[in-house]
Design a protein around this ligand. Structure first.
Ligand code: SF4
Length: 261
């Protein structure tokens, strides 16, 4: 709820309280939400407002105009004319962990959300295994439009370096607002878009890189794990995620340490 709307609700509740012999009641969860918004009692700023709700609201407000510019962007005319919609990103604007893929595929183009197809479902499982809900992290792609495909053909193509360089400033702006503590790039194409470096996953993954001063872990794209279901490959990705968890100073259980061994 934005602040003018909140003020209106508070004023209405105060009127009811002052003029009725049946004062308004609020559930525990509503009171908790009010407290996260920084109000100790109706109409009164908290002495030390809880920062989280405020920060999320602020960051969401800062992301909104970037999303709007992306929504109407035509910098790549061929993609602007072939897309169903742009795919900006999804998740917690105040996330400490942010995943970056290469580009939307057909499913994402249809739904307007990154990583919703089979690879996305696997990413969601990985996120849960790390101890997060999908909503707690932020997920975005380097490219915000689905790379176009010849008429009548199926599947997806990787974005070109030029397309990624054209779109990258939007991702940079998103990262500037979100300021995650750890970035995870999924696959060599995303890395090429982000860092401008081409390399094999063997060279790139499993060690720390940096993007805009933020620690960047590189790992396989979940689509790779769908093609290569060997536990040894799953373990590689998992070891990269364990490094991310360590960097975030998250507790890691014995069970988590031993996945895919
Ligand atoms: S890919 Fe990015 S830069 Fe190109 S049209 Fe889409 S939003 Fe604009």
């Amino acid at each position: 709820m934005n602040e003018p709307a909140l003020d209106f609700v508070i004023a209405a509740l105060e009127t009811i309280r002052d003029t009725s012999d049946r004062p308004p009641k609020a559930s525990r969860s509503v009171l908790a939400r009010f407290s996260r918004l920084g109000f100790a009692r109706f109409g009164e700023p908290a002495a030390s407002p809880a920062p989280t709700g405020r920060v999320v609201a602020d960051k969401a407000a800062l992301l909104a105009p970037i999303r709007e510019r992306v929504r109407v962007c035509t910098k790549c005319p061929h993609l602007a004319s072939s897309r169903t919609q742009t795919v900006f990103g999804v998740g917690n604007p105040d996330a400490e962990l942010m995943f970056i893929g290469e580009a939307p595929g057909a499913d994402e183009d249809r739904q307007g959300e990154p990583f919703v197809g089979r690879a996305g479902q696997l990413l969601t499982k990985i996120i849960k295994a790390m101890g997060f809900a999908r909503e707690e992290v932020y997920i975005a792609n380097v490219l915000k439009c689905r790379p176009d495909m010849p008429k009548g053909s199926f599947g997806n193509r990787p974005p070109t370096p030029e397309e990624m360089q054209t779109c990258l400033p939007y991702l940079g702006e998103q990262i500037d607002v979100i300021q995650p503590r750890v970035l995870v790039a999924l696959g060599a194409v995303a890395v090429e878009g982000l860092l401008g470096t081409r390399g094999t996953m063997r060279e790139l993954r499993g060690r720390w890189h940096s993007y805009k001063g933020i620690p960047l872990m590189i790992t396989y794209h979940p689509a790779y794990l769908l093609r290569n279901q060997a536990n040894s490959e799953k373990r590689k990705v998992w070891e990269d995620m364990l490094q991310a968890l360590e960097r975030l100073e998250k507790p890691i259980s014995e069970k988590q340490r031993n996945y895919f061994l």
